[in-house]
Structure formats: C-alpha cells, structure tokens
Design a protein around this ligand. Structure first.
Ligand code: DER
Length: 203
C-alpha cells in the first residue's frame, strides 16, 4: 500500500504505530508531506517513496487544525500545507485524525494559514487584509518562519468562514499567494479521539 504521510503532532503517533506494524511485516511505502515527517518516518523505519516513482497514493492520513460539519478543513498550523495538499490530492482516500477539539461549527476560529512567496509578501498581506482578514507573518523565534518550499506563511484571522471554497478561490487568485490552508472536499473520513472513545465522521 502507498500512504501519504501527513504532518503534525497527531501524525507523530500514527508514524510511531505504523513503524511498529512495518517491523511486524506490514508492506507500505510512504510519501512524506514535510521534511519533519520524512525524518520521523526514517526514525520509525517506514519505507519512503516519492512522486518521481508514483503519482497516485492509496491513502493519505493527516491532521487538521479545524474540521467543520461538511468535513472541510483548516490546515497549516505546522506550516506544511502546500505539500500536504499535494499529497492529499494525489490520494484515492483521505483520513483525517485528531481530537474532538478540532471539530467546529464553522471554520475560522483559528487563523487561516496562507503560504506566500517572500517577494512582496507585504503587498500580498495587504491584499489579503482587503479580503477581510487580520494577517500576521508567522515567526520562528525572532525570524520569519520559512516553509519547506522556501516561502513565508501568513496567519490570517477571518471572521467565521461560511463559504470556504469561494474564499479559497478569491485568495489563490491573488498574485503572491501559493496556497491556502482551506481543504475543501478533501477528507473522506475524520476520526476524532476524546478521552477513551473515538468518533468517526464520513462525508
Ligand atoms: O499543519 C498541519 O496541517 C497539521 O496537520 C495540523 O493541522 C494538525 O497538527 P496537530 O496534529 O499537531 O494538531
């Protein structure tokens, strides 16, 4: 089986457990959605491949910052949203994992991460502000956070996002915007943990 490996602290536990199953004979190959995930997959002994060799994955498993009732997502809290979206869109089936706190009535309680090229990010930020958000450049320590793709991330506070698909289209039409953390119609299943029970949501 080929698996798109997501990014984030929830996916950490997936990778650790997947590594244990690989050590017991499970045959999988993973495509990592971040340098961090690639390093963890190596640490846990999960064989890796890349889109040089395969262009479609059987399954992707990833986390999310927010999940709404339609299983639309906000992702990008860890800054890997561009590669995560490429991996998810290359996968036949997508499972999102997280805890119940991720479930929201409407997207937008948390800032929407937007990856932008560095050149003119200030202009891009101003254009996004005009769309209706308070934007801030994501920092790592006192320096701008740099994504695996060499870009900046803007964390953009929108009021509740009622039409994620059209907002995504509006934002990605702006020169300088690489990708948004709005994942619309991406998830087939969402598995949420709470204390000692699990909730399964299907689209
Ligand atoms: O950056 C991401 O998109 C991560 O998947 C994030 O949304 C979830 O990270 P967490 O599992 O650490 O909350």
């Amino acid at each position: 089986m080929t698996i798109g490996l997501g990014s984030g602290s929830t996916v950490y536990w997936l990778l650790e457990n997947l590594g244990k199953r690989v050590s017991k004979g499970l045959k999988v190959k993973g495509v990592p959605s971040s340098v961090k995930t690639e390093k963890l997959a190596d640490k846990f002994g999960i064989p890796l491949t890349s889109f040089h060799d395969i262009q479609e994955l059987d399954l992707a498993i990833d986390g999310a910052d927010e999940v709404d009732d339609y299983l639309n997502l906000i992702k990008g809290g860890g800054g890997s949203l561009v590669r995560e979206k490429i991996v998810i869109e290359a996968s036949k089936h997508v499972i999102i994992i997280g805890d119940e706190s991720k479930l929201v009535k409407g997207l937008g309680n948390r800032p929407l991460p937007i990856e932008v090229i560095r050149f003119g990010w200030e202009v891009t930020c101003r254009k996004i502000t005009r769309v209706g958000a308070e934007c801030s450049l994501r920092l790592e320590g006192s320096h701008p956070f740099i994504s695996d793709n060499g870009n900046y991330i803007l964390d953009c506070d929108f009021p509740t996002i009622t039409h994620p698909a059209s907002l995504h289209e509006q934002l990605t039409s702006l020169a300088g915007v690489v990708e948004t953390g709005l994942f619309v119609n991406s998830a087939d299943q969402v598995i949420l943990g709470k204390e000692n029970n699990i909730r399964f949501l299907e689209r």
